[in-house]
Design a protein around this ligand. Structure first.
Ligand SMILES: *Cc1c(COP(=O)(O)O)cnc(C)c1O
Length: 448
């Protein structure tokens, strides 16, 4: 009864993000509660949260310490502004973030979504050169297939055709370079692919660095572009080129940050300190919308002046530095330390890697990409030729529906099946999730 009326209300009044509502109407779902790595819907059916509620969740749902941190903060205050003043948890959290971020990132600018943190990074990079009187450096370099959020600036530096094409007339131009997608590179070889992509980037920088403000990229793994793993050495190579040509490096760690890849930040895999780093998603353990844009003193100082010089960073949001969000983020990071979570993720990632290696035998699994607990399985029609499935068949989507039937939720990127379980998942839970994953893929691609 309750389920039926909710269903009716949802169909009548809601418009869901990134959702063809015709699909929702055919397959509606309303979550009622969650516990650990599972979600429960309004009909009482349980599902593994195998995509961490779209890449957010860290310690599972209803984590006692996180719930408690919010309750305690509520007894003091829920929210006051960060415009011209600060608050206690926002201040404490800034210090904590600087401690765990790549060395040299010493300033924290808050916002409330990954997309906003990217807008901030772009404006900051642009204005940095303006404030220094180097007005020509105004353009951005982005990676093909990149994703940085859905606001206009973020999609201007994004390049997933299927999402972004329709908005093209609204967007500013940027230079696009090839992302090292080894599986789809003609050579199929990681080193050749990496070096070719770095050479392409260097060529562009050589010709145009005088009008380039910054490069923006997703370090180590492109998320929404289909879980595409960077070959070793590309990130460090790109960072080197940025320094050589005096171009800022923006690392978008919204998906990869906070342990997801088996290091606190993906940049740590190659000891890279970007000039600007964005982060969000896992920051609050998947509880509340807080994001950050972190930068260096060098950038910060270019904005520090008498007001009348008009070098102020003119950007802010109503809920910037929200106390409830910052309090739960602090509790989240406290748990990372207490539990040695990064080490645990590395162990679990090795376990998942072993489980997923058996998928190589499957007829339609073309490529398995993984870093930490961030995995993508690319489904193809023909393994030999790497021929994709017919786009309109929506194979990835069909698999996700089957998985849902089998008691597991995830959201594919085209025909790449995403597996991003909460970092707290136990081995037994991971085993069960991977079993379901195999069943779902087999059922849709081989009719098994
Ligand atoms: C999810 C994501 C964003 C956007 O974050 P929102 O909080 O959804 O706005 C930006 N960049 C990357 C790399 C992401 O994965």
């Amino acid at each position: 009864m309750k389920h039926e009326t909710l269903l009716e209300k949802s169909r009548k009044h809601l418009w869901l993000p990134f959702t063809q509502m015709k699909d929702y109407d055919a397959n509606p779902l309303i979550i009622e509660s969650g516990e650990g790595v599972k979600l429960k819907d309004t009909e009482g059916k349980e599902y593994y949260d195998a995509f961490s509620s779209v890449w957010l969740n860290v310690h599972g749902h209803r984590k006692k310490e996180l719930d408690e941190a919010i309750r305690q903060q509520l007894d003091r205050i829920a929210h006051s502004t960060l415009l011209g003043m600060t608050n206690i948890p926002a201040t404490e959290l800034a210090e904590r973030l600087v401690k765990i971020a790549p060395p040299g990132l010493t300033r924290v600018f808050y916002s409330d979504s990954g997309a906003a943190s990217v807008e901030i990074a772009l404006k900051m990079a642009f204005q940095y050169w303006q404030n220094r009187g180097i007005k020509k450096k105004s353009k951005f370099v982005t990676m093909k297939n990149g994703y940085h959020g859905d606001t206009i600036g973020a999609i201007s530096v994004g390049s997933i055709d299927i999402f972004h094409q329709v908005y093209q007339p609204l967007l500013f131009d940027s230079y696009k370079v090839s992302y090292p997608y080894v599986y789809r590179h003609p050579s199929g070889d990681a080193t050749i692919c990496r070096d070719a992509c770095l050479a392409e980037l260097e060529q562009l920088l050589m010709e145009h660095h005088e009008d380039i403000a910054a490069i923006i990229l997703e370090p180590m793994m492109q998320g929404a572009g289909g879980m595409v793993l960077m070959p070793e050495g590309y990130l460090a190579g790109a960072a080197r080129l940025c320094r050589k040509y005096d171009v800022l490096l923006i690392a978008d760690e919204v998906a990869t940050g906070f342990g997801r890849t088996g290091e606190m930040f993906a940049c740590d895999h190659e000891q890279v300190t970007p000039d600007i780093m964005t982060a969000g998603k896992g920051l609050t353990g998947g509880y509340l919308p807080v994001a950050v844009t972190m930068t260096t003193e060098r950038i910060y100082e270019a904005f520090y002046a008498d007001y009348t010089e008009l070098k102020t960073f003119f950007h802010g949001h109503s809920y910037t530095g929200n106390q409830l969000g910052c309090a739960v983020a602090l509790a989240n990071l406290e748990l990372f330390e207490q539990m040695n979570l990064i080490e645990q993720v590395q162990e679990k990632a090795a376990y998942v890697k072993k489980l997923l290696s058996s998928f190589q035998e499957l007829k339609h699994v073309g490529d398995i990409r993984q870093i930490g607990l961030m995995c993508g399985l690319e489904l193809v029609a023909d393994k030999e030729t790497k021929q994709p499935f017919e786009w309109a068949n929506r194979t990835g989507y069909q698999v996700s529906l089957k998985l849902r039937e089998l008691g597991m939720l995830t959201r594919p990127m085209g025909d790449t099946i995403v597996f991003m379980p909460p970092l707290s998942s136990r081995d037994s839970e991971l085993t069960e999730m991977v079993d379901i994953l195999r069943q779902g893929i087999l059922s849709v691609t081989e009719g098994a």
